[in-house]
Design a protein around this ligand. Sequence first.
Ligand code: PGA
Length: 256
Amino acid sequence: MKHYTIVGNWKMHQTPDQAVRLVKKLQAQAKPHTHVTSVICPPFLSLPYVEKEVQKDLFKLGAQNMHEQDEGAFTGEISGLMLTGMADYVIVGHSERRQHEHETDKRIAKKVAAALRHDITPILCVGEKLSDRQENHARRVVVDQLHGGLSQITSEEVGKLIVAYEPVWAIGSGESATPDQVEPIVNVIRQTIEEMFGEQASGSLEILYGGSVNPDNIKSFLALKHINGALVGGASLNYEQFIAMIETAADLSNAR
Ligand code: PGA
């Protein structure tokens, strides 16, 4: 059976009270599925509140970012050490952080390595901007981001990593990419991982699609051979929609 990972990125939404209410609503409807891992990524501030509420057989927790150092004079930052025991996953290199916080591949590589050091699964986000796609550079951008972001890990560690392909132009736009646009890039991702870390590492890597995923279009992405799940932003804040997407993944995994 194919395994799917469905990740909800709440971004900068939900106060702690709202976050706890949302988790309760999700859990009232969620069912455990052997072949689907559902992950929610609340803002840092809500993480400990959500952690008290969450049923680990239904949802795993993720952070939306982390610092690459364990501690130090880094005002406003949260480290992997602090997330240990609370978050099983961490989103690294999201395009909003690359764009607004000027995160570079070099920095992202350090975060990926730090997450793995703390036994937290990094979800490395890669994806081209609209201008890259228009200039036919989508593949090159994604390959460069993989080479940069994974420069500090070994082939043994690739098995603990997730890569999310998120074309920047599809994020929060309501205009998802089409499966025809996603498939060639996802193939390039798997091929690049194979070149960098070998066939076994590439075969075991989970690749997610992200960018305006919703209950109506998720099936078309999950049905792609090399896609193992979705990274969902806006639609993950609606509990009925998020549950519907998890159930679609469960149905598909049972069918395979
Ligand atoms: P979106 O966000 O689903 O709202 O497009 C996806 C993401 O940024 O991870």
